[in-house]
Design a binder for this molecule. Structure first.
Ligand code: SF4
Length: 254
């Protein structure tokens, strides 16, 4: 289910071929420092799911509103007493239970296939062992399964009860990172994961990385919106090339 990013009309393309990595790290930290008080770090975790449940929840949520993926997840939990029973269920039944999400006809067989792969590789439907691995190794184990990409592997480690220090990047987080110049306008969500993680201190714990993801995501949802970024009201405007360009454009037109 590879999906190309929607081109962003607002993002200013960097004029520099290779932005200074130290300057980008400083900007990433300054963005975190400014957004944390706005959105209230430390931010409470929104899920307390075991890692297999988090995997299913994350796969349901791709390109789908939270309310719809939440409804689909609850429908699966209500219908099946455990994930093993879910695996043996007819795929058409699963598809109808999750019909509010985007592409239920693709997600139903894909999620069952992924859980089957977990069971085949581990001998059981249990991902708790990932807690004993370094983050990079745990992500590699998950991403070796077809259908699991960097966003899903990071979400399983960071959002589940594993509470591991991984940095997920969703579309809102990605958009703010592009517009502020942390990543090039041409960089897709997948490759942005190691780049954005590498700009943050190596020794940050799970809560700090979770906060970083959450504040960028919330900023993307509430201020740096896809169609109407509120640059005039943004606490990042003085360090954001896109915001600067938009305000200058507005000044020229007034
Ligand atoms: S100034 Fe703020 S709202 Fe405007 S593009 Fe930059 S981050 Fe987004």
């Amino acid at each position: 289910m590879a999906i190309a990013s929607t081109p962003d009309l607002f993002t200013v393309r960097s004029r520099s071929r290779s932005p200074d990595p130290a300057a980008l790290r400083d900007t990433a930290l300054e963005i975190h420092r400014r957004l944390c008080p706005v959105y209230g770090c430390p931010i409470p975790y929104f899920h307390s799911l075991d890692p297999v449940s988090e995997l299913v929840s994350s796969l349901l949520s791709h390109r789908t509103r939270n309310a719809e993926s939440g409804r689909a997840f609850k429908a699966l939990r209500a219908r099946y007493p455990d994930w093993k029973t879910f695996l043996d269920a007819p795929v058409t039944e699963v598809e109808s239970l999750i019909d509010g999400v985007t592409w239920p006809e693709l997600k139903a067989p894909r999620i069952q296939a992924i859980l089957r792969a977990v069971r085949e590789r581990r001998g059981s439907l249990d991902l708790d062992f990932l807690a004993d691995l370094p983050v990079a190794e745990a992500r590699g184990w998950l991403e070796a399964i077809p259908g699991i990409g960097p966003k899903t592997s990071a979400a399983v480690l960071a959002f589940s009860l594993l509470r591991m220090p991984a940095l997920p990047v969703d579309s809102h987080h990605h958009r703010v990172a592009q517009r502020t110049g942390l990543i090039p306008a041409s960089m897709d969500v997948g490759p942005s994961h190691p780049v954005l993680r590498g700009q943050l201190p190596e020794n940050w714990n799970a809560q700090e990385l979770y906060d970083n993801h959450e504040v960028l995501m919330l900023h993307g949802q509430q201020v740096c919106r896809h169609r109407a970024p509120a640059c005039h009201a943004c606490v990042l405007v003085d360090l954001c090339p896109t915001g600067q360009a938009r305000l200058a454009e507005r000044g020229r037109m007034s």
